[in-house]
Design a protein around this ligand. Structure first.
Ligand code: SAH
Length: 202
């Protein structure tokens, strides 16, 4: 998975490749889908949600340019797999998930894995987590029709946000935004497909 799906497609950050090799992806997928854990595609995790394709997880994580000291806001905990990557590579992770049962499951798993630098919140991640802002990095793992204002507002100076933007029924744009002073500079983007960022608490 790491060599053929990530390295050969341009993932070059050695720390990202290392955690992709170490974090056991199959633990984050239960039932029949577990056999598909290392395939080159997203996999269902229940509640009509999916764990992102390995390459997309690697791409988003690399785009965050993590050095180890960052405080990160993650919107869309889902299976907790991306959360584990972030917890390995940064200082603190604040993760928000709208589906309570998914959050409980991920919290249990990530605690059992021994992660002590993750805080969990059940709620609408479009509001961010103001009590813990500002964040050095924001990562959103569901498609937004436009970038939520609260998330921009909770970014620290010289920070980065990675977010899929566009209609969830179509190909979306995975945007990387860098905040410099008061400006948001769009760095790069690739096409992607994510489940939608939902509006109301389920
Ligand atoms: N990073 C996750 C991807 C999960 S899919 C993984 O690798 O497993 C996207 C997740 O975003 C789903 O769990 C969904 O419930 C959650 N989500 C959707 N809208 C949300 C919102 N407004 N606030 C927080 N989480 C949301």
């Amino acid at each position: 998975m790491v060599l053929t799906q990530c390295k050969r497609r341009g993932i070059h950050d050695a720390r990202v490749l290392e955690v992709m090799s170490c974090v056991p992806r199959h633990l984050f997928i239960s039932g029949k889908s577990r056999d598909l854990a290392y395939g080159d595609f997203p996999v269902p995790i229940g509640h009509d949600q999916t764990i992102s394709q390995p390459y997309i997880v690697a791409y988003m994580t690399q785009a965050l340019e993590l050095r180890g000291s960052e405080r990160i806001l993650e919107v869309g905990t889902g299976s907790g797999y991306q959360t584990a990557m972030l917890a390995e590579l940064a200082s603190e992770v604040f993760t928000v998930e709208i589906v309570d049962s998914l959050l409980k499951q991920s919290k249990q798993l990530l605690s059992a894995c021994g992660y002590k630098n993750i805080q969990f919140l059940n709620g609408d991640g479009k509001r961010g987590w103001p009590e813990h802002a500002p964040f050095d990095r924001v990562i959103v793992t569901a498609a937004a029709s436009s970038i939520p204002f609260a998330l921009k507002n909770q970014l620290a100076d010289n920070s980065l946000m990675v977010i899929p933007v566009g209609d969830y029924r179509e190909i979306q744009e995975l945007q990387v935004l860098r905040k410099v002073g008061r400006d948001f500079l769009k760095e790069e983007s690739i096409g992607c497909r994510f489940v939608p960022l939902v509006d109301n608490k389920a």
